[in-house]
Write a protein that binds this ligand. Structure first.
Ligand code: 2AM
Ligand code: CA
Length: 260
């Protein structure tokens, strides 16, 4: 199993290295931008071409695997049996279009429902976070250690902007109890910050491809990933997810309870 983890880890790092090289060229090119669920939910021709390339490469190397992906080039996956790849070709498409930085590409791999291997590239910073429970987590090949179990009062938090504005699930109280709020617009960049101890909480409504890679890497580093009921998340559903240090997640679950 460890050898299989290492093999897929190398495959993901090679693949996202190639994706990063392409997207750094694409970022300043003219883009065809369309909206999906609303005016701030964007998709470009590069989200689609990148996903096509990733899906084709996975299918060639792992023909028996199934693929859950954002732009529709994957499979209609109903079961977590076997090897399942979750693909977000461009995470933070709004940042890709408007800021030309702080966007990512993410692939999370699960084996029979369990986190197995994952990789996230911060494209403009050329930083790849990769690994899994059998091998540990690495930043461009250098092993990361577990972040400290910091309390809410001592850490910065990232919560989705709309959730805080509506005080959904008592999120404003979480912000008040913390060192401060940050909103970054890219799940992959937030996972990177939580893994390296820069922020202690990420709370957002996430789709399977927004969460899959971050969950593998964060759990491997001893961080907690749960739904608002405190239970493990269902990887084939979209839901509000709480990711953070053990202490912070306990405090946030209590605050959520107080909103009921
Ligand atoms: P995306 O760019 O891959 O869509 C901030 O916008 C973060 O939330 C990004 O990681 C973005 O991922 C994701 N996101 C955007 N729209 C979303 C939606 N309707 N539901 C869930 N996540 C969304
Ligand atoms: Ca995306």
């Amino acid at each position: 199993m460890k050898e299989k983890s290492q093999e897929i880890d190398r495959f993901l790092v090679d693949l996202l290295t190639r994706v990063g090289e392409d997207l750094r060229k694409d970022v300043t090119k003219h883009k065809q931008v369309d909206t999906k669920s609303g005016p701030n939910d964007l998709v470009t021709n590069f989200d689609k071409s990148t996903e096509k390339m990733i899906v084709t490469t996975i299918k060639k190397q792992y023909p028996n695997a199934t693929i859950v992906s954002e732009e529709g080039f994957g499979d209609d996956v109903k079961s977590m049996d076997g090897l399942v790849f979750f693909v977000d070709p461009i995470d933070g498409t709004m940042n890709f279009v408007k800021c030309h930085e702080s966007f990512a590409s993410m692939i999370g791999v699960y084996l029979d429902g369990k986190p197995f291997v994952a990789a996230i590239i911060d494209v403009m910073q050329k930083k790849i976070f990769h690994g899994g429970p059998e091998i540990g987590v690495f930043q461009n090949g250098k092993k990361l250690s577990q972040p400290d179990d910091i309390e809410l009062k001592d850490g910065l938090v990232v919560i989705s902007g709309p959730m805080v504005l509506k005080n959904y699930l008592n999120t404003q109280e979480v912000v008040h109890k913390s060192s401060g709020l940050r909103v970054l617009g890219c799940a992959g960049v937030v996972f990177k910050h939580v893994m390296t101890g820069k922020e202690v909480l990420y709370m957002s409504y996430l789709r399977p491809w927004d969460l899959a890679a971050g969950r593998v890497l964060c759990e491997t580093l001893g961080l907690k990933v749960v739904g608002v009921d405190g239970e493990p998340v269902n990887m084939l559903k979209s839901q509000v997810v709480i990711v953070g240090t053990q202490k912070v997640v306990s405090e946030v679950l209590q605050t959520v309870k107080n909103s009921n």
